[in-house]
Structure formats: C-alpha cells, structure tokens
Design a protein around this ligand. Sequence first.
Ligand code: NI
Ligand code: MN
Length: 228
Amino acid sequence: MAHTLTWLGHASLGLETSGYRLLVDPYFTQNPAATVNADTVDADYILVTHGHGDHIGDTIKIATRTGATVIANAEICSWLRKKDIPVHAQHIGGGYTHPFGHLKLTLALHGSAFPDGSCGGNPAGFLLTTNDGEKLYLAGDTGLFGDMQLIGEEGLTLAVIPIGDNYTMGPSDGLRAVRMLSPDHVIPIHYNTFDLISQDAGAWADTVQRETDSEVHLLKPGESFVYP
Ligand code: NI
Ligand code: MN
C-alpha cells in the first residue's frame, strides 16, 4: 500500500496512509512557506509535537472545522480539551494502535510552551508504524540526542528531521542523526522558512548521500514523497 507524505512548509506535514489523512504540526496562517490554507485543508487526525506557535499553529481552527482528533502529549491535550477539541492524549514512550497505524511518542530535546506562555509539557517526536509495517520517524523540533540510536534500531523506512539550526539540529548534527537513525529514506524540514534557519539543503543532501546509506529526498513545500 502506498503512503504519501507531503511537506506543507516549515515543519508542517500531510500524511495519507490506510485511507486516513493526517496533518502534523499544521502551521499555515503567517507561515511564509505554507502551501495550504487552514480554512480549507482536510484532516482526520492532527498530530502536534509541541506547543510552540509554529507547530500548534492552526490546530484549533482546523480541528474545530473538521472534527479531526488531535493526538499530542497529555498537557497539550488538556489545553485543547478546554477549547472543546477532540483529543487523544499519549506521552513519551507510550504507543497506541489508532485506525491509521501504531503511534508512539518519542523523546525530543526542545521546549513546549504555548503561544500564551502556559506550559505545554515536554516536546515529542512521533514513531508511526503503518498498518503494513512501514516505520516513519517524525523527529519534531529537537537537538541531537544519543537515544536516536534506539529509535534507529526499530528499522526505519523514513525519517523526517529538522536541519535549520538555531532552534533545532543544524546540518552537521542532522548528518549525525541520520547515522544513528539509519533510515532507508530521509527528508529534511524546518529550514529556509525564515532567514535565521536558512540552509543549503542541496549541499547537506550531497554529504548525507556520500557518507551514509540513506537516500535523501529534498522536497519543496507542496511536494510529496510517495513510498514504498
Ligand atoms: Ni519549537
Ligand atoms: Mn519550530
């Protein structure tokens, strides 16, 4: 069964798997790289890695309009529940089998305050095992950490990692992350949205291709990677 992952700009992703439409970190309003509109995009589930404005983004607006269930850590879910958003709370290390696949929350080294300053708990990444057994690791915003080795031991089809630097891993730590994760495919995100995180992704891709066995897919915002 084919899966389609679309980079919607910055750290926003669309994923179609088993007939379900997932949005990850849907930040479209005020996102200069956004390729879809919060007033029209469709979703069955919304996955949120952490509370920062460029990740929680348009979650409330989209979930209210579509009725999509938001999956995030317990703190983010209790904040959303007060706004009458349907949620499924999980937490780091915990997995659950949803209709679209098995989703586990993973460690991320970052912050998670909401735009209003309240506490969004600890930031997370996602490890999704699709219903036909493909493993996707969505790192979220994070610095490099050695336990990426453990995530790599899962046997990853695809890893989506930040390389923008300043707020997250930059290109050199991104390369070290790929070595630990050893995914079949890797897609870099969270770069070039703003000057502060501008990177030469082509040069990074060349280095990763040369120094690892992983295949890099450089998407432009709006472009999709279809696999396997
Ligand atoms: Ni962040
Ligand atoms: Mn971010």
